[in-house]
Design a protein around this ligand. Structure first.
Ligand SMILES: NC(=O)c1ccc[n+]([C@@H]2O[C@H](COP(=O)([O-])OP(=O)(O)OC[C@H]3O[C@@H](n4cnc5c(N)ncnc54)[C@H](OP(=O)(O)O)[C@@H]3O)[C@@H](O)[C@H]2O)c1
Length: 348
């Protein structure tokens, strides 16, 4: 459009001459034809781009429907080195064992405490898969970069990165300690930036990579008493979404990003949480969460919400008026659920 504006200015200038010469007139006509052609070409290319977008958009919807009906085949991970943060306990340990069943080249575990990491490492080795561990606090970017360099030099390129480490303290905004808020955001959200910055370049050079961001349903829904945790998980959801678009923009279909959003899981993290709908929506089984997460990676699924009914609840949240949403949260006991959280009671 800018080009045709320039042409119009040029035309006005020629037309404003008192007595245009024959050369001016020819120039005038040529410019006019050029302007028309340029405008038409631009319109045509936008039109073609729109058609191409609509076809691709429609195909993506059809593919998604087929994915629900027919489970895609698993990708081969026999050449992959997998790094799992927070691999010592909870979901991290189960993810390591579940990945081991699919025979990757190597699994590396990061965590703060050595003993649980050693135990997970033994459990993985029972599946005849090489497994090493490193004590690494993912909230400390210096440690992340140093340990990443030592993996690179000793083992090779990490091609599957599972950002799983997480913490929750469970206090209201005013009762929280400053340090707890900072730690929550550092471990749960900022660490994803450090690990991805440490490994994504290698993945791109290798032409193969998968980044898993362990988020939560609380990326989309509130839980008073865990505002810092919810904010950190919302940040993870946004991080994953942005990263996915960045690699797509760069034409890197060889790099995948999966964000995982589970509802309450029966690990220690949210032990004691009040759940008014326990009879209807019991906590997810941790083995199931690990199995579904690994399956999402093996089938290149971008977004995983567990259980599926929450896809609908999340949509509902955005279309309901705020007042109706708040009333629903109170009815479901979301506002008081953290009052019985074990860590919160212990801290009192
Ligand atoms: N449990 C749930 O209901 C639930 C629901 C949705 C999403 N999630 C998410 O799922 C992930 C795993 O949760 P989980 O239930 O397995 O929790 P968990 O049992 O408490 O385990 C947390 C893991 O994170 C590690 N970790 C914590 N801080 C770390 C740090 N600074 N550096 C390195 N590792 C650190 C811990 O290692 P150490 O043992 O060394 O401390 C531990 O292995 C978390 O991201 C969590 O937010 C959990």
């Amino acid at each position: 459009m800018d080009i045709s504006l320039d042409i119009q200015c040029c035309l006005c200038h020629v037309m404003s001459q008192p007595q245009p010469s024959i050369l001016d007139r020819i120039f005038n006509v040529l410019i006019y034809i050029y302007a028309i052609v340029i405008t038409r070409v631009m319109f045509l290319s936008f039109f073609l781009e729109t058609i191409r977008f609509l076809i691709a958009f429609g195909l993506s919807l059809i593919t998604a429907v087929f994915r629900c009906a027919i489970s895609p085949s698993f990708k081969d991970i026999s050449e992959d080195i997998i790094l799992i943060t927070g691999g010592g306990r909870g979901i991290g340990r189960l993810l390591a064992v579940e990945f081991a069943k699919h025979r990757p080249k190597q699994i590396v575990l990061w965590g703060r405490s050595e003993e649980p990491l050693k135990a997970t490492s033994k459990a993985v080795q029972c599946h005849n898969v090489a497994c090493t561990y490193m004590v690494c606090d993912v909230s400390d970017k210096k440690q992340v970069y140093e340990k990443a360099a030592s993996i690179r030099s000793q083992l090779g390129v990490v091609t599957i990165l599972v950002n799983n480490a997480g913490v929750v303290f469970g206090d209201d905004v005013l009762d929280s300690k400053d340090d707890d808020i900072v730690e929550t955001l550092n471990v749960n959200a900022l660490s994803h930036f450090w690990t991805v910055r440490a490994f994504l370049g290698d993945m791109k050079n290798r032409g193969r990579g998968h980044i898993v961001c362990m988020a939560s349903l609380l990326s989309f829904l509130p839980l008073p008493g865990a505002a810092d945790y919810c904010a950190s998980k919302a940040a993870v959801a946004s991080f994953a979404e942005n990263l996915r678009l960045e690699v797509r923009r760069d034409g890197r279909s060889d790099i995948r990003v999966t964000s995982v959003h589970p509802y309450l899981i029966n690990t220690d993290m949210f032990a004691g949480l009040g759940n008014r709908l326990e009879w209807l929506l019991p906590a997810l089984d941790k083995d199931y969460v690990a199995e579904r997460t690994v399956k999402a990676v093996l089938t290149n699924q971008d977004l995983l919400v567990m259980p599926r009914i929450f896809y609908f609840f999340i949509l509902l949240k955005w279309i309901l008026p705020t007042e109706s949403h708040l009333l629903a949260c109170q009815f479901l006991g979301q506002d008081t659920a953290m009052e019985t959280h074990h860590r919160r009671i212990k801290n009192k």
